[in-house]
Structures are given as C-alpha cells and as structure tokens.
Design a protein around this ligand. Structure first.
Ligand code: SAH
Length: 534
C-alpha cells in the first residue's frame, strides 16, 4: 500500500477561499495534521477522521508525524493556512522526506496573505513586489535587514509577514526605518489584520505613520511603491505607463552634480548639537567639512551652528550617500549621530568598509555613567517595549521624555485593542515642536493637554514644576548622553520621589570610538600621518 502526503493550503480564513482541489484532498485523506485554529474552517470535510493537532511551535514534529503516517501507507493531509509553500509547512516536510520514500506527495496551492490582504486594500501589488518575513526564528536578523534594504532600494512594493510578536517588538520599526532610507515617507501602505477571518481590520497609512503603530502576528503590512495611489479609500499600484524617472535617491549621478561637496572633506554625520560643535571645531583645523543632517530642520540648525561648512540636509538614502562620498573623495567619516540612531551608524560603518574611508564614532559618555548623583536609582530597561511594560506596572500617569519617534512603543493607536494596564494608564509626552512630531502624537490619540512641545534643554526646576503640575508618577527617558539634560531629570525625579526608567543605548559594534573632540582630531591626524608616510 503506497501512502499519500497531501500538503494542503487552506487560505487565510473563511472556507469560501479554499480551492476545490484542497477540499477534495481533505476529503480523501484519512489522517489530518494541522494547527488547531485551522480546523474551524475545514470542519465540514474532516468529520470522523484521525486528527492530530501538535502546538503551533512544534512545526517539525507536525511534519514528521505526517510523514510517518504516509510512510505507513495512510493518505495524510498536512495543513497550513494561506499557501503551504509560503513561510509554512511544505518546506519543512521536504526537509524530512527521504529520496527513497515511496509515498506520493501532492502540493495544493492556496490564497496567501499577500494577495488576500492586497485584495482588501484594492490592488497594491499590481507591479513587481517582494515578500519579507520579519521572523528571525529561522533566518538571522542581519539578513532580514539586508533584504529589506535591497527591496527598498529597488523600489519594490512589498508585503511584510510575521510583523511583530510579543518577544520581537523593535524589529518592525528598524525595518520601516530602513525602508524610509530609500522610500518616501508618504509612500502608501496598508495594514490588514485577520484577513477573511472574524475580527478583520483594514486600514491605510503612509509609510512614516506605520512607525507610530503597534502590530501583532495576525497582521500583514503591504507597502506600496513610488507610484502607488489612493482612490475611494483604497490603494492601487498602476501597471505601468508611469513616468519612470530614475529614483531620486540615486542622485547625484554625474561628477558635476557632486560639485557642491568640497573634495577630500571630513564628513560629519550630525543631528545633535554636539555633532555640530564637533564639526565647527574640525573646520577650524583648515580642512573642508561637510555636515550631513537627517532633517531639513537639522540642516538649518547646522548652517547656523557651523558657519562656512557645507550642509547636506534630508533623508538621503544609502545610494546617494555612497555616490556623494565616492565622487567627492571623502577623507574621513565622523559619525556623531544620536546614540539611538543605530541604523544610520550601522550603515556608515558598512559604507566606510566598502569604500575604504576611515570611520570614527564620536559619542559623549553615557549619561548614566557621567551623572554625578542619583543615577544609581534609575531603573534600567533594555528596550522601549520593556520600559512600556514596567512603566505601566509602576505608574498611572506616565511621562515620556523619549522623543516622538518612540511614542508608538508606549501608546496604542486609537481603535486598537487595549489591555487592562493600558486602559488604566494616562500618557504624557514632551516632544520637540515640529509639525510632524505633533501629528504623530495626535495620531496616537495623545490629548493636547498631555503634550509639552518645546525645545530643550530643560532645567531641574522646569522638570519638577511640569511633573508636579501634571501629577506624574513615573518617567521614561533615554540615556542620550546629554549629560546636563539627563542630570536635570535625575535630580527632579529624586526631588519629587518619582521612579525614573532609563532605556539603555542599543549596542552597536563601533570599530573606532572617541568621546572628546580632541581625541577625534588626534585620531584623524594619526590616519593622515599614516597615509602620508606610505
Ligand atoms: N502560509 C501563510 C503565511 C504563514 S506566516 C500564508 O501563505 O499566508 C504567518 C503570517 O502570515 C502572520 O504573521 C501574518 O503576517 C500573515 N497572516 C496569516 N494569516 C493572515 C490573515 N488572515 N490576515 C492577515 N495576515 C495573515
């Protein structure tokens, strides 16, 4: 007796999206191996059969069980939702099938989350697209980031599967930020939860808005390309007939375009007042200096702070940066970006290695290390997600001094399901007065009376007055290395007896670090003399 292994796809949910061939395979199988949830939709076809439901985590065990039954001569259906060949059981089964196995294998295709979700959004995948799973259980995280970069640089529309799990909160925001390096902030996107299942939710956002949202493992994100448009509350990507200009991120494209950058300059990637001060001090040494700031506003500040240097403002994307550095024969890369801007740091390190340009990280010592008193009482957290959980366990009126970009780690977008703790928490935030930041806070449902939009630095007195008037009972901040500002928070929290949660700096393997202007300069001079003596 020869067994049969049917690898059956049952679509996203409701039974009417299961193809007839899958129904037949289920009917003819005497053994069913599936994750319990899916049985709901295939109920009518499996009554009276031998059913096995190993838990979701035991995927390999599920595959092995199905194979053993088929080897013993049974007709078996191994089931996955969506398409069984897409991030699902078919490949695990093929891993375990032996060359000398004699049972028949049938793979039955199904509607995968990508096209199920796209159909609910309109038609966003009508031109080239890629899918990317953000689960790092079976693929190293570095690879996921590398693929995300390529997808964004190729301006492919894309579908993100396995978006955010309880234990993997930050990853999706890293991927979105990477995409924002090459895709426009206004790129149209869709978020679909429980497609074609009870509890279906469908919403359209801009790419940048996604940074303020929370997701889960029942959700799929669809990201459009540069041509994706909105119509009647839906989105679609035209088939073609577009104006196919070269992507803006690839400029400058000729040596002439690179002319605005001085040759053999020291490039300072800034974004902090410290970085600008460093650029100014490097400029006094006589070599040309270029300051690159991530926002237009950052560029204006840099122009004021560093007279005489060349300023490059805005999200340039890695390709434009590569071209500008190569064409202007950059002499050295000084990374003075914010300690939490790890994506840009990692990108600069990679560029320096690729292009053979020396890299140095300038970073003020951690505020935790340099604060002179009180910092030992701070409660340290390794991630924003951890800080959110701990803050809700400690306080009811929580003050976020983390910056607007991280608000999404704490606040739930309006309409999202809230836990008991979230319902009992009131959030307050201090953010820099930027239209974009305010909009993000509004979108997350923060009342205007809970927002302090003001440019720092803030004194201990100011902090104390604000926190007392707002009856704050817990504070969350970053270890930004802004020694003065950090100490003023530590002191104010101690004076009021309020717990202070500090989210630690994410670890980055900087190849070369200096913490004073003098040591940055000394290192650059050391490289120069090493070059000169060759
Ligand atoms: N084989 C499946 C994918 C399994 S990976 C398929 O082809 O669709 C699991 C991920 O798929 C989830 O984390 C989620 O991102 C997505 N997903 C599965 N079912 C979904 C549904 N009904 N609605 C939205 N996303 C879904």
């Amino acid at each position: 007796m020869t067994g049969v292994l049917n690898l059956v796809s049952v679509g996203p949910g409701f039974a009417d999206l299961i193809i007839p061939r899958a129904e037949n395979a289920l009917r003819e199988s005497s053994v069913i191996v599936a994750y319990e949830l899916y049985l709901r939709w295939i109920g009518p076809w499996i009554v009276g059969k031998e059913i096995h439901t190993p838990p979701l985590t035991q995927e390999r065990e599920r595959a092995l069980l199905a194979i053993e039954k088929a080897r013993a001569g049974a007709t078996v259906a191994l089931i996955s939702s969506g398409d069984i060949g897409i991030y699902a059981m078919a490949a695990l089964a093929y891993d375990e099938i032996r060359e000398d196995d004699t049972f028949t294998v049938n793979v039955i295709p199904g509607v995968t989350s990508a096209n199920a979700c796209a159909s609910l959004l309109g038609s966003p995948l009508s031109h080239d697209f890629a899918t990317l799973s953000l689960s790092d259980l079976l693929c190293p995280w570095d690879w996921i980031e590398q693929r995300a970069r390529h997808i964004a640089q190729a301006d492919l529309a894309c579908v993100l599967y396995n978006v955010q799990s309880a234990g993997r909160q930050e990853g999706v925001y890293r991927i979105l930020n990477l995409m924002l390096e090459s895709k426009a902030p206004g790129t149209l996107c869709g978020v679909v939860k429980n497609a074609y299942r009870p509890g279906q939710e469908v919403a359209i956002y801009s790419l940048q808005d996604l940074l303020t949202l929370k997701f889960d493992m029942l959700t799929t994100i669809v990201i459009g390309n540069r041509f994706t448009q909105r119509k009647r509350d839906q989105i679609f990507t035209p088939r073609g007939y577009n104006e196919w200009r070269a992507p803006e991120t690839e400029t400058p494209t000729s040596a002439d375009d690179a002319a605005p950058f001085p040759t053999a300059a020291t490039w300072v990637f800034s974004g902090t007042s410290d970085g600008n001060a460093l650029a100014r001090s490097l400029a006094t040494e006589g070599n040309p200096v270029v300051v690159s700031a991530a926002t237009e506003y950052g560029g204006e500040v840099a122009l004021q702070d560093c007279p005489g240097v060349t300023v490059w403002a805005g999200r340039q994307g890695v390709e434009a940066r590569r071209q500008a550095l190569v064409k202007s024969h950059a002499r050295v890369l000084v990374d003075a970006t914010h300690p939490y801007a790890t994506i840009i740091s990692e990108q600069l390190i990679a560029l320096s290695q690729e292009l053979g340009i020396p890299y140095i990280r300038y970073e003020r010592p951690s505020g935790l290390a340099s604060a002179h008193a009180g910092a030992e009482n701070a409660l340290l957290c390794t991630s924003m997600a951890e800080a959110a959980q701990r803050a809700m366990a400690i306080g009811k009126r929580i003050f976020l001094a983390t910056g607007s970009k991280d608000l999404g780690s704490f606040l739930q977008a309006p309409g999202a399901v809230q836990t008991q703790a979230q319902m009992q928490t009131q959030w307050f935030a201090r953010i820099t007065p930027d239209a974009e930041n305010l909009q993000r806070a509004f979108d997350l449902g923060l009342p205007r009376s809970h927002i302090c939009a003001m440019q720092g630095p803030f004194s201990q007195d100011f902090n104390q007055a604000l926190w007392r008037d707002w009856s704050i009972d817990c504070i969350v901040t970053k270890d930004s290395g802004d020694a003065g500002g950090f100490q003023a928070k530590v002191d104010a929290a101690a004076a009021l007896g309020i717990p202070l949660l500090v989210v630690q700096r994410p670890p980055v393997a900087y190849p070369c670090v200096a913490s004073t202007f003098a040591s940055v300069l000394a290192q650059i001079q050391h490289w120069e003399s090493a070059c000169g003596s060759q």
